[in-house]
Design a protein around this ligand. Sequence first.
Ligand code: PLP
Ligand code: NBG
Length: 838
Amino acid sequence: MTTFEQAPIFQCEFEDDRTGLSKETIKRALADNLFYIQGKYPGTATLNDYYMALAYTVRDRMLQRWFKTTEAYTKKGVKVVSYLSAEFLLGPHLSNNLINLGIYDLVRQTVEETGLDFVQLREIEEEPGLGNGGLGRLAACYMDSLSTLEIPAIGYGIRYEFGIFDQEIRDGWQVEITDKWLHLGNPWEIPRLEETIEVKFGGRTEGYYDEKCRYRVRWIPDKVVKGVPYDTPILGYRVNTANTLRLWKAEAPESFEFKAFNDGNYYGAVNKKVVSENITKVLYPNDDLVQGKELRLEQQYFFVSCSLQDMIRLHLQKGETIETFHQSFAVQLNDTHPSIGVAELMRLLVDEYQLEWDQAWQITQNTFGYTNHTLLPEALEKWPLKLFSNLLPRHLQIIYEINQRFLGQVRAKYPDDSDRLARLSLIDESGEKYVRMAHLASVGSHAINGVAALHTELLKQDVLRDFYEFWPEKFTNKTNGVTPRRWIVVSNPLLANLITRKIGTDWISHLEDLKQLEAFVEDAEFRHEWRQTKQDIKTYLANYIKDNHGIEVNPASLFDVQVKRLHEYKRQHLNVLHIITLYKRLKDNPNLEITPRTFIFGGKAAPGYFIAKLIIKLINSVGDVINNDPDMRDRLKVVFLPDYNVRFGQRVYPAADLSEQISTAGKEASGTGNMKFAMNGALTIGTLDGANIEIREEVGAENFFLFGLTTEQVYDLKSRGYNPWDYYNSNPQLKEVIDLISSGFFSHGDTNLFRPLVDSLLYHDPYLLFADYQSYIDCQDQVNQAYRDQEHWTKMSILNAARMGKFSSDRAIKEYCQEIWNAVPVKIELAEYIQARA
Ligand code: PLP
Ligand code: NBG
């Protein structure tokens, strides 16, 4: 027998008994983690301690995969997709990881055998809310698909200490509460202190001649900040790939300045540290709006510089030379937030690695792809020149150089077109000067894409028209998608089970297989099960609402749901106009037969967006009146559920009968909530906007409730001169509804409360609610009729889910891989004896 002293030191590989998946090893790991990591034993452990022990137990089972994945990517010739995004709205990790590992039931049973309540532990997890909405959630779905498809990938972003605020509703108003998601620790991440990177800010530049007498520029910054990477494994579904999400935290280079400290200036000494660390303190809580704050540009540059330096380091570690950088990394810019990367990569290549400009430019253009996510002018980022040059003086010079060369090309193609030059320039000189970030991204990328077919067309015709005329070949469409793992399997296990009983499990990674469900549409038994499943999920939600918000809702009523960020273009207030219309009808005619409905809302408003906050107040005020009016009985209910986030989405999408996707045509780039609803068997009432159009094409026009003006009609009406008064004066029903709000009926007689909202509609109505009102009401009446025929409704519901294959993020990621990134799968192999255990 070998003794301890005789044991060969490196014989033990990384695998140990904790990688086993038997109940016994899981129980042992739970106990060990509780004791050795949390430092607790069952007598003193809190619920959170148990959750942490469970999370570590699950993470341990991912580490081997993670380690093997990282190792495989260090090989020469492997191209890695680098997804640069200021937001990743991940949602809770635990359930998703259990599903992807294939051990959800096993772990749940094991946990329960130890006497713990699995659901309670699952629900205690704080979700990382590191994003505002659709854009950040898309990044999270794409990370899931990249791993599931075994594509080498790394997500780069910011580790905000405070993510999107928590929302409370007090007296009907939104109140913002700081999101302290890290306060009890984050078991899913591992800091990699040894891979810290330095980022420079401010200062000045100076020219010099290098040893070959070439003119060069160097940047002398006045501040340096450290970027510390925190890594989270992102596991694919039932594969061994675990890609990395690397989020950067800002730290001061030294804890504090000893000189100032010794001189007695204690506050001065720590101040620098505080200022540096502010960079990653908080997520800007704006969706589809930019604020132009210096700290925001600092955040963007900080994470982009850390990430590009990190990529270059990884590339050189493979033994490659800098000239082949673009063969190692395909970098995608998730909107313009990381677009400063174009100038930063040029700076790194030219100033730090001493490449010639033309070669550096070729590498840069080959590296980047740019995804645009918005058509709203207020969301297109531009930075005042002064602010930009103070923070990034070298980058401004580089941008000028890029611009001069680019405009030279434009001039060659369009010799006497100074208007075009001004429109295309990276610098907006029409008034105060700005750097236009969408232009920088477009010039510096080899591919530009929109996120739904209509959106891409509108980019070509409007927002990026001049770029399209100049480089038509750069433009492609990549319609968004969402991951069925989180948005069906994790969030709707009842439906997932029903589907699986009929068609097996392949649909989970090949969503187009849901088509097979069409064969059962005429099967009355199946329809019954489908309807019953929806009913059960609605009952869960109804109980949840009752327990947590004290509102009784009727699970047999039609659940009409609008959950998304509050924004005028998304038109939650159009939905309210419909609710008031129904209310009026019932008041005027108490015995009217109507389809009972529960209107469910959720969503956060940007803290500075007054009208959006007033819309929340209006929803709650209308709800108060309706929910307390005995005439409404069980027929109408209005609930605004606070703090809409990923976890909440998982609860509510599956329970919806009707999905409200009612934005003004031409305003919603794509939408992804629309996809989550339809996959879970909700029918959509929607305009021809964003991905609604493609959803309707897939599910069939007869299974979709369409209303409203088209984008063309919207443009046309606006160009003819839109006057909301015309609609108000000619539509008595609309007039009644608006007058009721104005009269103070929903505001205890206060006629001023909703005046800003009503006036905005009467005098401007920029999102054409009045123009679409009647068409919306008529369409809602059709919904009522349709819902009465439950058999037919169920058929439509099944067909919606069955035809949603296109909207898997797996399909979207395959398109990006083939048409933009040129990336291919790499199979990750585990050690044989681990595979045998798994
Ligand atoms: N916020 C959360 C938490 C989500 O899950 C989603 C879904 O995609 C969104 C926002 C975006 O919703 P929508 O596409 O309806 O704007
Ligand atoms: C949002 C769009 C949505 C779209 C998501 C994801 C921004 C800037 N844009 O329509 O408004 O679904 O991006 O592409 O958040």
